[in-house]
Design a protein around this ligand. Structure first.
Ligand code: MV4
Length: 665
């Protein structure tokens, strides 16, 4: 076996490969860009080599530097992960040329599957079912129209060089064909500098089902069943599962055999995936057609690992080392049901726009104690990391494995409810709505599921106000006690030795409301007035986790203070509560830390204090401007300004310390 391998990737897949290498006693070398100097994948490997600036084209796609790093460290093989160089035949050849093993298929197999029309002709010759269509060289518009007429409408015109849904046009009648063809060719020329098209019968209500295959250098080939990846948005997978719901054993066998025929046709070695589009007629048998073969390990491979118990990266390493597959088809069994959710930095409320920012808080689902944890968290992001715009927006993959699909669904819901992320937009709530939504729950799957369930998926989550208000109160009181180190006489919070003082709190989000509450007469409990009078008591657990009782019902809440309030996480979901405390001005992290940081990148347009000034809670300290909006920085409590770290007119970054305030004592 290899003594040392280089991992030519970053993020979760680099960490994933490193984990198996470590388990096998193989040393690992990471490569990293400027943006990734402190990244988890660097720490996950034994050695690391810097390969250039943040932009992937200057680092992770620079094969000369990667090959130089392999030579310098003595790595005998290179694992390309997915994306980047994983399906680059020229890179695979370059590895061979310098005597480093490329952990993947042959350059010829990568090339053969890389071109759409060509791979489809190859598959047709190998007897793999294709969508009825025309994949030939004759691009004469009149000829293409006659082909479309023969196939029958609706047809799909696809750019031969396209992918990921780009350059596709549905044509519903013969009359509309020539105009649509022209438009498709124009788009293809602009996007791919090649205006060849192919024509296919349009498959309605399609499902995306793919088969995992594995080959070795001895010519053995096996498949590891299927994954259903129908839940997508903008051609990005969101949920993947195995087995595919409703797939009959006969169809599974037929698809497995078709995938093996596809792999055999290109003498496939290593891990690969054969993608099929599956037609679901309103009544009648499902039909499947070859779409493309991905000549790499895929993002969603963990669901296959869960149901087969096979470590696919271990198999990749053994096969690349020239060993034959450890078992044959009849030894490969599936057990239970696995689902993967991709947790991404993005805003589902704004067309899933990728989000950037710092992961201020990241709490993982609790490991199920007293059992073998059926939950897997694959991630290359840790708390405090920045999600930069240079790379993809995936924060983690969450994989659950149950005996049945409904058990897996329940586990996924539970694990997502315990996944707490603060600091940037993410899709955790959206994923939860998705797995609990009408279509996914009943396995009514096709590629337009997200659009169909939109009303359910994008609805604002309604959480019980007395619970999140209670969480906000507990966070507020905890922060005040930490500022004054628990001394009640020094707190400017209206506390009276006899108890009974009333405070009013203005909560502005998610709903505008006034909360009246009575200052605690004994520690750890108080009453508050909303629609009715409520009673809350609390006990701190670890870190920001609290056991809270509201009106006699107890649950664990996570309370994460942020700039202007607190994020309250509970079983049903989370809310960002913005608190305006008339007594105390701003509330949040700043108040807890005693230092004051910039809430966003911007310019300091007013500075109202100097070192030595005495300020009261709520006094204006400075004013910042960003995106044409002014933000006022208030004193979180009474104190003396001991340091000012910036000047008027200065540009500051998000999170920069602005000034230091010391509470008076
Ligand atoms: C299709 C199709 C319907 N009929 N081909 C989208 C991306 C590209 N890889 C192939 N795609 C499709 N090809 C025929 N003949 C519908 C899609 C399609 C799709 C396929 C798989 C997963 C998600 C999809 C979302 C929209 C359209």
């Amino acid at each position: 076996m290899f003594k040392k391998i280089l991992i030519a990737n970053r993020g979760e897949i680099a960490c994933r490969v490193a984990a198996t290498a470590r388990r096998m006693g193989i040393q690992t070398v990471a490569v990293y860009s400027d943006a990734d100097a402190q990244a988890p994948h660097v720490r996950a490997c034994d050695e690391a080599v810097h390969i250039g600036p943040a932009d992937p084209k200057d680092s992770y796609l620079q094969w000369e530097r990667i090959l130089a790093a392999a030579e310098k460290t003595g790595a005998q093989a290179i694992h390309p992960g997915y994306g980047f160089l994983s399906e680059n035949a020229a890179f695979a050849k370059a590895c061979e040329a310098v005597g480093v093993t490329f952990i993947g298929p042959s350059p010829a197999a990568i090339e053969a599957m890389g071109l759409k029309a060509q791979s489809k002709r190859l598959m047709a010759a190998a007897g793999v079912p294709l969508v009825p269509g025309y994949h030939g060289d004759n691009q004469d518009p009149g000829y293409l129209k006659s082909q479309a007429d023969a196939i029958g409408y609706p047809v799909l015109v696809k750019a031969s060089a396209g992918g990921g849904g780009k350059g596709m046009r549905i044509v519903s009648s013969s009359d509309a064909f020539l105009d649509a063809l022209q438009a498709c060719k124009r788009e293809a020329l602009n996007s791919f500098a090649n205006d060849d098209v192919l024509i296919e019968k349009y498959v309605q209500r399609p499902r995306h089902i793919e088969i995992q295959v594995f080959g070795d250098t001895q010519g053995n080939l096996v498949h590891l069943f299927e994954r259903d990846c129908s839940v997508q948005r903008r051609h990005q997978k969101v949920l993947e599962e195995s087995p595919a719901p409703g797939l009959t054993p006969e169809m599974r066998e037929a698809m497995g055999q078709a995938a093996l025929a596809a792999a055999r046709a290109v003498h496939y070695v290593g891990a690969g995936t054969v993608e099929f589009i599956v037609e679901q007629p309103a009544n009648g048998e499902m039909d499947f057609f070859f779409m493309e073969m991905n000549t790499r390990l895929q993002v969603e491979h963990p669901v296959t690992e869960a149901i087969t118990g096979i470590d696919l990266v271990e198999w990749q390493l053994c096969v690349a080392n020239g060993e034959s597959l450890p078992c044959d088809q009849s030894d490969i069994r599936m057990h239970g049901h696995a689902i993967e959710a991709r947790i991404c930095a993005e805003n589902p409320q704004q067309q899933f726009l990728p989000a950037t920012g710092t992961v201020m808080r990241l709490a993982l689902p609790a490991c199920a104690q007293f059992t073998v944890a059926p939950i897997r968290w694959d991630s290359g992001v840790t708390q405090g990391d920045r999600i930069s715009p240079h790379y993809d927006s995936m924060i983690a993959k969450l994989i659950v494995h149950g005996e049945t699909r409904s058990q897996a669904l329940a586990l996924m819901d539970q694990a997502l409810s315990e996944t707490h992320i603060v600091g940037l937009h993410h899709n955790v709530h959206f994923l939860r709505a998705l797995v609990n939504g009408p279509s996914f729950k009943t396995a009514d799957l096709d590629t337009s599921l997200i659009e169909r369930d939109a009303a359910h998926l994008f609805a604002a989550n309604r959480l019980p106000v007395h619970w999140w208000a209670a969480g906000a109160l507990v966070a507020l009181i905890a922060s005040e006690q930490s500022v004054v180190k628990g001394h009640p006489w020094l707190a400017a919070d209206g506390w009276q030795p006899m108890g009974g003082a009333t405070r009013h709190l203005h909560v502005t989000a998610p709903t505008d409301l006034q909360v009246a509450f009575w200052v605690p007469s004994e520690p750890g409990c108080l009453r508050f007035q909303l629609d009715a009078l409520h009673e809350v008591s609390w006990v701190p657990l670890a870190q920001d986790s609290w056991r809270i009782t509201v009106d006699g019902v107890q649950q664990t809440l996570r309370l994460v203070p942020c700039r202007s309030g607190v994020t309250v996480f509970m079983r049903e979901g989370s809310v960002d509560v913005t608190i305006q405390d008339p007594l105390n001005g701003a509330f949040g992290v700043d108040a807890v830390a005693g230092g004051l940081t910039a809430p966003m990148p911007g310019k300091v347009v007013a500075l109202r204090v100097a070192v030595g000034d005495r300020v009261a809670a709520g006094d204006v300290l400075a004013v910042m401007e960003a995106m044409k909006m002014e933000h006022t920085i208030l004193a979180p409590g009474a104190g003396v300004v001991t340091d000012v770290f910036f000047q008027l007119g200065e540009q500051v970054a998000e999170g920069d310390a602005l000034l230091q305030l010391e509470s008076e004592s």
